[in-house]
Design a protein around this ligand. Structure first.
Ligand SMILES: *Cc1c(COP(=O)(O)O)cnc(C)c1O
Length: 394
């Protein structure tokens, strides 16, 4: 049966792809070695530097975010290298498992999945590493499974305070172009990004932003690599080309996305996400439910993970919102499966998109028989109204 109206894809990635980007992608695929392609490739590579806020290298892979995770590790490190990772949630755990599979020795700082990474614990571990055996510190900026944000610049200061030479790697797959991020200013060596979240594109592109220090480390690294090699990219990238066939149509979309972000202004994009996160948490508290992130200042503007009352299934509730209102909410992953649901409020998203999502959640709670207090959507509406600003002339 046909479902009228648009689908509400309120999961924390993939996010809804705006029409402008879909139209930009809807172009003939051209010769990626021909003269017309150079401008497309150059624009994408230069444009992504403004998004990562770096003057250093940016590499674009025709791969999901997982590919760029692997690229970061295998370019910069050698078999058996120790890496310090922080268990912010499911995605940090997956990156750690990947590190092990590619022959590294990851050490995971454990946590309860309710906050971002704690710089003090990282500093303490690095201070204890007198022999500098740890070659990299890896942190997830926005932990998409929990809705907690790690304080990246404070972690940089912690690494410096410990006087430790490890490379600093950050996963921004779900924070890039949604939450303030500064590759150069914050002294990050490798930033990993993906296309299908804040960048508003379909899945299929991912990124490494790379410092000079990480590039120098890659020259000495001995992991066998081919497809992911930064070295193979540098030469062709200088003129806007790639060593193998790039995702040409996705690059058209990427260039449109970068234009859209710059037209709105990155600072405005970040403020919009922050404000929608705040309104969502207001709704959750008014429903008398609990936000999973319990560390003040770490709450995410990209998504909010909500804890289900004991004895109630988050997945049964999500099935109701999908069946009745065509609203997709994010599920709980691994150890919090069926215990939380996630509301994505990222990408091409405005006040009324948020209100549609929160209304759907409130109606779904009722239909699923979950105990809650009515009025969460109303509370969010009041907050949005009180903080609204005109975006065009009145
Ligand atoms: C989505 C996501 C990933 C995985 O990316 P894929 O594109 O699914 O490979 C990794 N880390 C974070 C923080 C994510 O949000």
């Amino acid at each position: 049966m046909r479902t009228a109206g648009r689908h509400f894809l309120q999961i924390p990635g993939p996010s809804t792809v705006p029409d402008r980007i879909l139209r930009a992608i809807d172009m003939p695929t051209i010769d990626h070695r021909g003269p017309a392609f150079a401008a497309v490739g150059k624009r994408a590579l230069d444009g992504m530097k403004t998004i990562f806020k770096t003057d250093s290298y940016v590499f674009i892979y025709p791969a999901s975010g997982t590919g760029a995770w692997e690229a970061a590790l295998v370019n910069a490190l050698s078999p058996g290298d120790k890496v310090l990772m922080y268990e912010t949630g499911h995605f940090a755990t997956l990156w750690c498992e990947l590190a092990e599979r590619v022959g590294l020795q990851p050490e995971l700082i454990e946590s309860d999945w309710r906050a971002g990474a704690d710089p003090d614990r990282i500093e303490e571990r690095l201070r204890a590493d007198k022999a500098n055996d740890i070659k990299a510190v890896c942190v997830v900026h926005n932990e998409t499974s929990t809705g907690s944000v790690s304080p990246v610049s404070a972690i940089r200061r912690a690494i410096d305070a410990a006087g430790h030479p490890a490379l600093f790697m950050v996963d921004t797959i779900s924070s890039l172009a949604s939450i303030d991020y500064r590759h150069d200013d914050w002294g990050v060596d490798i930033t990993v990004g993906g296309s299908q979240k804040g960048l508003m594109l379909p899945p299929g592109l991912s990124f490494n932003a790379v410092s000079e220090k990480a590039m120098a480390a890659s020259k000495k690294a001995t992991t066998s690599i081919s497809y992911w090699s930064w070295d193979a990219m540098v030469g062709p990238n200088k003129n806007g080309y790639f060593p193998y066939t790039p995702a040409t149509n996705m690059l058209y979309g990427l260039n449109e996305a970068i234009d859209m972000l710059n037209e709105e202004g990155l600072e405005n994009v970040f403020a919009r996400h922050t404000r929608h996160g705040e309104a969502t948490r207001t709704a959750v508290r008014a429903w008398d439910l609990e936000v999973l992130c319990n560390r003040q200042g770490h709450e995410s503007g990209v998504l909010t993970a909500v804890m289900m009352p004991d004895g109630h299934s988050a997945d049964a509730f999500r099935a109701k919102t999908l069946a009745h209102f065509d609203l997709s909410l994010g599920n709980g992953l691994s150890k919090i499966a069926d215990k939380v649901f996630r509301i994505g409020h990222l990408g091409d998203f405005n006040d009324l998109t948020l209100m549609a999502a929160l209304s759907g959640v409130e109606m779904g709670l009722d239909l699923a028989g979950v105990p809650y207090r009515a009025g969460g959507a109303q509370a969010a509406m009041n907050q949005l109204k009180d903080t609204a600003t005109a975006k065009t002339a009145e």
